[in-house]
Ligand binder design. Structure first.
Ligand code: NAP
Length: 259
């Protein structure tokens, strides 16, 4: 299927690794010009080179913390009028809600709620004026089904999801769609880090912990960033103009509900 995205411009945040990289690569495969960001310049440049090599796409990098005003300004200075915005940032740490003070909450809200809201605010009117825009927010399955130790994620991402539900309807008549992509367990550094930490805490072998987690997923495996990216590219495509304000779980069947 031709996704109709050749020549479009995308700003893909937090894209040197994992799910953001999966989205960037999938869009590049469709002929999209990319601006990708991450804090670590070395991994970011390596990813940009890899995407150029695989796809031949034009890839520009902006190293910086997207959860800060300076980081967002730097990204928007290089890509002020994207046709596609993929909002992403690192997830908050796990823990016990009794230990999270105001600072911990503000960090989570900054990265996983306010950053995508501010980036959306910066680009959405331009998209509407040009009659085409796609905004995809990488959130989490925790929006649909809370994960006890990830309360910071449950809370901050639900705030984003509530805001997006409103603005998506305001923009629906202007060719702009805004959707959430909700990853379950995907095989990335973040997932591996969580598995290693759980293994250390329990004194078990990391592969045994990973096997148990895989076994709890109906698909029997972790997701791959490439398949996450393919879903993102479809949501950005010309064929997905009637899909807006939705929250699409990609979790191998892990969520046990009917809806
Ligand atoms: P990952 O493999 O650790 O990759 C994170 C990427 O984001 C890296 O490129 C990292 O580069 C960049 N990044 C992190 N914080 C950033 C910041 N403040 N500014 C700019 N770039 C930043 O993580 P992932 O698994 O792809 O997760 C992506 C998002 O999905 C996270 O919010 C995570 O919580 C959420 N999620 C993931 C899963 C999963 O199973 N993987 C499940 C549910 C939700 P630098 O460190 O160099 O900045």
């Amino acid at each position: 299927m031709d996704l109709g995205l050749t020549g479009r411009k995308a700003l893909v945040c937090a894209a040197s690794k994992g799910l953001g990289k999966g989205c960037a690569l999938a869009l590049a495969r469709e002929g999209v010009d990319l601006v990708i960001t991450a804090r670590g310049a070395e991994a970011l440049e390596a990813t940009a080179d890899e995407i150029r090599r695989i796809t031949g796409a034009r890839v520009t990098t902006v190293a910086g913390d997207i959860a800060t005003e300076a980081g967002r300004e730097a990204a928007l200075a290089v890509c002020p009028e994207p046709d596609i915005l993929v909002n992403n940032a690192g997830g908050p740490p796990p823990g016990d809600f009794r230990d999270w003070d105001r600072d911990a909450w503000i960090k989570a809200i900054d990265a996983n709620m306010l950053t995508p809201i501010f980036l959306t605010r910066a680009v959405v009117d331009g998209m509407a004026a040009r009659g085409f825009g796609r905004i995809v927010n990488i959130t989490s399955s925790s929006v649909k089904a809370p994960i006890a130790e990830l309360g910071l994620s449950n809370g901050a991402r639900s705030g984003l999801t509530g805001f997006i539900a409103g603005i998506a309807r305001q923009m629906a008549g202007k060719g702009v769609t805004i959707n959430g992509l909700l990853p379950g367990a995907f095989d990335t550094d973040r997932l591996r880090g969580g598995i290693n930490a759980a293994a250390q805490r329990s004194g078990q072998d990391a592969e045994a912990v990973a096997d148990r987690r895989r076994a709890a997923i109906p698909a029997g495996r972790f997701g791959q960033p490439d398949e996450f990216g393919a879903a993102c590219a479809f949501l950005c495509s010309v064929h997905a103009g009637y899909i807006t304000g939705q929250n699409l779980l990609i979790d191998g069947g892990a969520f046990p509900g009917t809806y």
